[in-house]
Design a protein around this ligand. Sequence first.
Ligand code: PEP
Ligand code: MN
Length: 338
Amino acid sequence: MIIIMKPGASAQAIEQVANIVRSKGLQVHLSKGDEVTIVGVVGDKTKLRGANLELSEGVDKIVQVTESYKLVNKKFHPEDSVIPVKNTTIGPGTFTVMAGPCAIESHDQLLQCAEAVKKAGASILRGGAFKPRTSPYSFQGLEEEGLRYMKEAGEATGLATICEVTSLRALSMAAKYVDMLQIGARNMQNFELLKEVGRSGLPVMLKRGLAATIDEWLNAAEYIISEGNPNIVLCERGIRTYETATRNTLDLSAVPVIRSKSHLPIIVDPSHATGVRAYVEPLSKAAAAVGADGLMIEVHPCPSCALSDGPQSLTFEQFQQMMEHLKPYSDLAGRKLG
Ligand code: PEP
Ligand code: MN
């Protein structure tokens, strides 16, 4: 449940309400807006029976939160969150572009990608060092060697870096080298991994599971935030449907749905959603138009030589052009492209 304080309620009144809640063994999460403060309550609310909180000084009303996710719920935190990542932020006002290769394949491949995506205006470099491949015989990633290249590329260009972690071992390694962690679609409900990234303190991008409902996705985010890490960005990357013309079906309606249910930013990954290079630009424009906070795009110096996801990867030139074509859309959405 949430306790909505009256506009301008005194700090003393807020503290008194919070203390009553804590004294019953429940957790308090304060959300201070410009005018109204919301006291979020997590735990067994039956313990508050008889506390008559609605009669406490400064309380406006009490609203029950029926959803199982609480801290990521917009009712707990009505203002949209802004997530800091290195020298940039993800959230209102910006249309963040993360770009780079599917997999880090070599020092030169990654450094070239970093230079190219930076020049085209991206602010975050992506690249997989641990690849969750469908076949165990496909390229599995350079692991720590790749992470070292990532750190070097981030330092050389000033770009923030993001890398997927697929296990607790990958997480403890990646945390030393990158600015942001990625939980991939296949691990969206790997709850032990979610709890651990929640404890890592690093910003996290949580991709939607291949067949996950929006409710399941938000509950997965709740696992991370409930461990004390509020720096979460959601990523819609397409879901499994009966359609075979694209690799997955991009659920663009997830963007306004998430916007109405959560304060977390949401970005769109048209590369994995479609698996087809030609569809990346039109869906990137659509993502800007529908109110997304940014994009994740796969880029490769030679897509036909790529060790993974070549057919959906853009060349440097295609990426540069896409960024130019995207600008009017991000302008119209009132966001700074980058
Ligand atoms: C990726 O971004 O490299 C990736 C594997 O994507 P997804 O988890 O969405 O399949
Ligand atoms: Mn990929």
